[in-house]
Ligand binder design. Structure first.
Ligand SMILES: [Zn+2]
Length: 405
C-alpha cells in the first residue's frame, strides 16, 4: 500500500462576497479532487488546537500527525533543521523575514517576493555589522533561506526570549506595524536588531535597484516564530516505513527532517504561482517506487489568500487539481494499491488576507475501499458529511492505520 498526502497550504476559505457567497474551492473547477472525494470519505479536521495561532507550523504539524500541544516549540527551529543547523539546547531560532514597510504600515511580509540572491546581498553585510556588536551571540545565515524567508539564531541560556510575544508579519499586512513589534521583558535585543536593519537597508544598492525596477524595497527584518530545539518520534518509529516530502517551504522541510523523512528536491519548485506542479507529482510517483509514503506540500494556494484575490486563489486551486492531482491520478496506476489524503493545513481567507482556525475540509481515498458517490469537494460538502476530526493530528494514524476508510 502506497500513501500519498497532499497539503494545499491555506486552501480552506470562507464564503466570498465577490464569488456570490461561494468559497474559492466551491467556485473552482476541481474534477480530480471531486473524483477522489466521491470515491472516498470527506470531512472536516480541526488542525489548530484552541489557544494556538493558526499558521503553517501548527497546521502542518497536525497534518503530519504530531500533536502541536506536545511537540511544537516554534517555527524557527524547524527551519533551522532544514538548513542543516544543529540547534544547541541553549540556542533559540527565529524566523527572520525581510519585509516592506510604508510609512507606519506593514506593506508586504515578503518584501515584494525578494529573490534569494538579493536577500543574501542585504543580509551578508548586515550580519557582519551585527557580529561586531553582539559577537557569536547573534547569528544570521545569509544564503540559507529562500527569498524573504531567513533565519536568526541566538544564544539564550536563561531561556528568556521564548517568552517574548512576536507576531507573524503575514497577519498584519496593511496594519500599523509598531503595534505588533516584539513585546516582553527580553524584547530589547530583537527591537534593536530590527531597528538596526532598517537603518542598514535604507539606500542599500539592492533596494535602490529594486525601486528603479518598480519593486518594493526590503525595509527591515522582522523576527518571529522563535523556539528551542524540539524532538519528534520518527515516521519509522511510528509506522515502520520510509517516506519523503516534496515542498518549497523551509518550515515543512524542517518538519520532514525531524520526522525522519527524506526531502526530495524538484527542479523549478518556487513556493509561488509559477511552481513546477507537474514536477512535484512526477517526483512523488518516483519516490513511491522505493518508499511507502510521500507528502506533497503546495504553497501557492496560501499566497493567493494573502494577496486577497479570489480569482487568483481559484486559479491556484485549479492548478493543484489539474497539474498535481491530474498527474498523480494518471501515474499512480502503476501501483496496485494506494491511498490519498488531501488536507490543507488551515484556512487562508481572501477577504481578510490572513489565516483562520476553522476546521479544514479533507478527503481520504483508498483503492481498497472505493465508494460510489458524486460529490463536489468543498468546505460545505465536508461539513455536511458529518465526519469531523476534533484533533487534527489523529487523522494521520487513521489514514495510515486503516486499510479501508
Ligand atoms: Zn499554511
Amino acid at each position: 500500500m502506497k500513501h500519498i498526502v497532499i497539503i494545499p497550504d491555506g486552501m480552506g476559505d470562507k464564503p466570498v462576497a465577490a464569488l456570490g457567497g461561494k468559497t474559492p474551492l466551491e467556485a473552482a473547477s476541481t474534477p480530480n479532487m471531486d473524483y477522489f472525494a466521491s470515491r472516498g470519505i470527506i470531512g472536516l479536521s480541526r488542525n489548530i488546537p484552541d489557544g494556538y495561532v493558526p499558521g503553517t507550523d501548527i497546521g502542518c504539524m497536525s497534518v503530519f500527525g504530531y500533536d502541536p500541544t506536545k511537540y511544537f516549540t516554534g517555527r524557527g527551529p524547524l527551519e533551522a533543521a532544514e538548513h542543516g543547523i544543529d540547534l544547541k539546547e541553549n540556542e533559540i531560532a527565529f524566523r527572520c523575514n525581510l519585509v516592506t514597510t510604508e510609512g507606519e504600515l506593514l506593506k508586504d511580509f515578503s518584501a515584494d517576493h525578494i529573490s534569494t540572491q538579493e536577500a543574501k546581498q542585504l543580509l551578508e553585510p548586515f550580519s557582519a555589522e551585527i557580529k561586531k556588536i553582539y559577537g557569536q551571540k547573534v547569528r544570521f545565515y545569509p544564503g540559507h533561506g529562500t527569498g524573504y524567508r531567513n533565519l536568526m539564531i541566538c544564544e539564550d541560556p536563561d531561556r528568556t526570549l521564548d517568552k517574548v510575544r512576536c507576531t507573524p508579519p503575514h497577519d498584519i499586512m496593511g496594519k500599523k506595524y509598531a503595534d505588533y513589534l516584539p513585546q516582553g521583558n527580553a524584547a530589547g535585543l530583537l527591537l534593536d536588531l530590527m531597528t538596526r536593519s532598517e537603518n542598514f537597508f535604507k539606500n542599500h544598492p539592492v533596494n535602490r535597484k529594486r525601486v528603479q525596477n518598480g519593486k518594493s524595497q526590503a525595509s527591515r527584518i522582522w523576527l518571529w516564530g522563535q523556539g528551542f530545539p524540539p524532538s519528534f518520534p520518527s515516521y519509522y518509529q511510528r509506522y515502520g516505513f520510509h517516506g519523503a516530502v516534496i515542498t518549497a517551504v523551509d518550515l515543512v522541510k524542517g518538519m520532514a527532517i525531524h520526522a525522519g523523512l527524506d526531502v526530495i528536491k524538484v527542479p523549478g519548485v518556487t513556493g509561488y504561482f509559477d511552481t513546477n506542479y507537474v514536477g512535484k507529482a512526477e517526483y512523488a510517483i518516483n519516490a513511491l517506487r522505493s518508499r511507502d509514503f510521500v507528502v506533497i506540500h503546495i504553497e501557492s494556494t496560501d499566497e493567493a489568500g494573502h494577496i486577497g484575490d479570489p480569482q487568483l486563489k481559484i486559479k491556484a486551486i485549479e492548478d493543484v487539481d489539474r497539474l498535481v492531482l491530474g498527474t498523480l491520478r494518471a501515474g499512480l496506476s502503476e501501483f496496485k494499491d494506494y491511498k490519498i489524503m488531501l488536507m490543507p493545513d488551515h484556512f487562508t481567507c481572501v477577504e481578510t488576507r490572513t489565516h483562520s482556525s476553522d476546521a479544514v475540509p479533507f478527503f481520504i481515498y483508498s483503492t481498497q475501499d472505493e465508494k460510489n458517490g458524486d460529490k463536489k469537494f468543498s468546505e460545505t460538502t465536508a461539513a455536511y458529511s458529518g465526519v469531523k476530526i476534533l484533533e487534527g493530528h489523529t487523522a494521520m494514524d487513521f489514514f495510515i492505520g486503516a486499510a479501508k476508510c
